[in-house]
Design a protein around this ligand. Sequence first.
Ligand SMILES: NC(=O)c1ccc[n+]([C@@H]2O[C@H](COP(=O)([O-])OP(=O)(O)OC[C@H]3O[C@@H](n4cnc5c(N)ncnc54)[C@H](OP(=O)(O)O)[C@@H]3O)[C@@H](O)[C@H]2O)c1
Length: 347
Amino acid sequence: MEDMMKCTPLRWGIIGCGSIANRFGADVVRLGDHKLQAIASRDAERARHYSAKFGVPTPYMGADAYNELVSDSEVDVVYVATPHNFHKDHVLMALAAGKPVLCEKPFTVNAAETELVVSTARQAGLFLMEGVWSRCFPVWRRVMQCITDGVIGDVRLLYSDFGFRAGSLGSDWRLTGYDPNGRLFDPNLAGGALMDVGIYPISIAQMVFGNPVGIKAVGSLGSSGVDENVGVVMVFGQGQIATATTSLQVTTPSTTTLLGTAGRIEVPSQWWRPKAFTIYRDGKDPERVELEHAGEGFQFEAMEVASCLRRGRKESDIVPLDATLAVMRALDAVRVQLGLKFPMEDC
Ligand SMILES: NC(=O)c1ccc[n+]([C@@H]2O[C@H](COP(=O)([O-])OP(=O)(O)OC[C@H]3O[C@@H](n4cnc5c(N)ncnc54)[C@H](OP(=O)(O)O)[C@@H]3O)[C@@H](O)[C@H]2O)c1
């Protein structure tokens, strides 16, 4: 495995053939030193379609497809792209087959599951990373450098939001705000705004300030029992504060602002996949920093995985497993305050 990791291209196997698997594939297929080697879908037609669309040599289909994919010796790394509540089992399945893993966010349903998965990977000496792609973007790497360099002084506050009006299309072509068949509204798939997109502001605040030492949350649950509107305030070790708002009812401005003692940095909409940011230094003209890139930007997390594997690293410095654990604990703390427990947590 170690020797194989030095090989180019890095051969990806993808579990689950839904929306994110298609978006990830569209970006990764363009990278010269990566290859989409295998796709696994429960549905034969979806697997064949994906395989043809992206030139994937090995489509696995049917009830045992995921197992077959992780056992494929031509797959170097597994990308788990199933709904949240399956992440734990699918990551454990890949680790048991000796495969390094990139797993979509949120990493699991709760911190207890994350602890199990992380300790399994560490004991096995296998690479594992959460696919919280925003952290890997060049804009966010540069913003972090600005913070380290003190460009806006000591950063004390962060405001961030990620919400959108969800639902199905109504007869007037407007989103209804509720979709009884949608993953986002299904408690059995660990739905809700917080787990789907509220995790982003929480993860970015953790990247900027470290692990929160206090969390206050308010919110409301919708008719299906998942959260649809949430506000979170977090406090950090040196008294820094971050606010995070998330919603399935309304589309939010989708910006993040960091406020320091000597200025501020604004990452514009959509801050989780940015191509630019602006630095406002006290007493100086604003400086806009543009960092263009092709596609949506899933290539950056794939490149981070490849870089780690080729260096023999078991964890990413950009998305460390301890950060993932801290974010999952924060999500747990928010859910306790909202009174939101998922059905699969009862067993
Ligand atoms: N990073 C991002 O920007 C981003 C964006 C969207 C979603 N995500 C994350 O990606 C994950 C998947 O989201 P998605 O939007 O791609 O979902 P999706 O379109 O519903 O696709 C999920 C796939 O998981 C597989 N699956 C296995 N068991 C399933 C079950 N019982 N019910 C439904 N699907 C099942 C299915 O693949 P087969 O039937 O083909 O096997 C399905 O197509 C989520 O954890 C989400 O948080 C990340």
